[in-house]
Design a protein around this ligand. Structure first.
Ligand code: IPE
Ligand code: IPE
Ligand code: MG
Length: 240
């Protein structure tokens, strides 16, 4: 359980959904929604960092999103390049550090390069961690951890009884954001009320907030409102 200051969430995770519908509502191709969604990312990143959030995890591309038409997948793969080109100076100004969780396979080289460049440029920053979930899937993450642990048992590095929750967590992508692996507040836009394979382990005791707003319409005021709602909740973790 994370130590929380002023009842504020340390780790906020967002399923940024509704870009396509936002664009279609205006008779535009879906990619316009993804592009506009970047502005929402910038707004929320700035506000979250001002509010003392420690880690902001944003679901940008799921392991299931490969099922989309090739031209949309291609566009989504270019977005990190566009985003970091535009916003790294502002992230620097706000002392924000970029991190990434997800699988590298199938991600184009130029995208991987842009991501590692942004991580490198911001690695000295000590403020909020802006953590992108890119080619991320919760089940695949747990499967990967299981395989790694199995290999360690077979190599006699550990015994089965050494496998604890803490050791499993060490083998999840989110080990890179320790000690804030656990999600405190999960937000999903666009009115859908499901996890879509996002941080399955880490959301075990998070508070959920669903809004009908489409992601490109998400702004600072909405974020503040959701934080205020979170602060009214009582988290019991199974106790009384
Ligand atoms: C979320 O918006 C962005 C990604 C999944 C990459 P969508 O593209 O899912 O938008 P809708 O849900 O179709 O409106
Ligand atoms: C979840 O949104 C993935 C991201 C926001 C990156 P989707 O739009 O892919 O989820 P489903 O298909 O509606 O569950
Ligand atoms: Mg969607």
């Amino acid at each position: 359980m994370n130590e929380q200051e002023n009842n504020s969430p340390n780790h906020v995770a967002i399923i940024m959904d509704g870009n396509g519908r936002w664009a279609q509502k205006q008779g535009k191709p879906r990619k316009f929604g993804h592009e506009e969604g970047m502005e929402a990312i910038r707004r929320v990143t700035m506000r979250a960092s001002e509010r003392g959030v420690k880690v902001l995890t944003l679901y940008a591309f799921s392991t299931e999103n490969w099922k989309r038409p090739p031209q949309e997948v291609h566009f989504l793969m270019q977005l990190p390049i566009l985003f970091f080109d535009r916003f790294v100076p502002e992230l620097q100004e706000k002392n924000v550090k970029v991190n990434m969780i997800g699988f590298e396979d199938k991600v184009p080289k130029s995208t991987k390069k842009a991501i590692s460049k942004a991580m490198d440029q911001t690695k000295g920053n000590t403020g909020m961690v802006l953590n992108f979930a890119f080619n991320y899937g919760g089940r695949a993450e747990i499967t990967k951890a299981t395989q790694a642990l199995c290999r360690k048992v077979l190599n006699n590095e550990i015994s089965c009884d050494d496998i604890t929750e803490a050791l499993i967590e060490e083998h999840l992508f989110t080990h890179s954001i320790a000690p804030y692996q656990e999600v405190d507040l999960l937000i999903r836009s666009s009115g859908e009320q499901r996890l879509s394979n996002f941080l399955l382990w880490q959301n075990a005791y998070s508070e959920f907030y669903f809004t009908d707003l489409l992601w490109p319409d998400f702004n600072e005021e909405v974020f503040d409102h959701i934080i205020a709602e979170y602060q009214k909740r009582q988290r019991r973790y199974g106790a009384v």
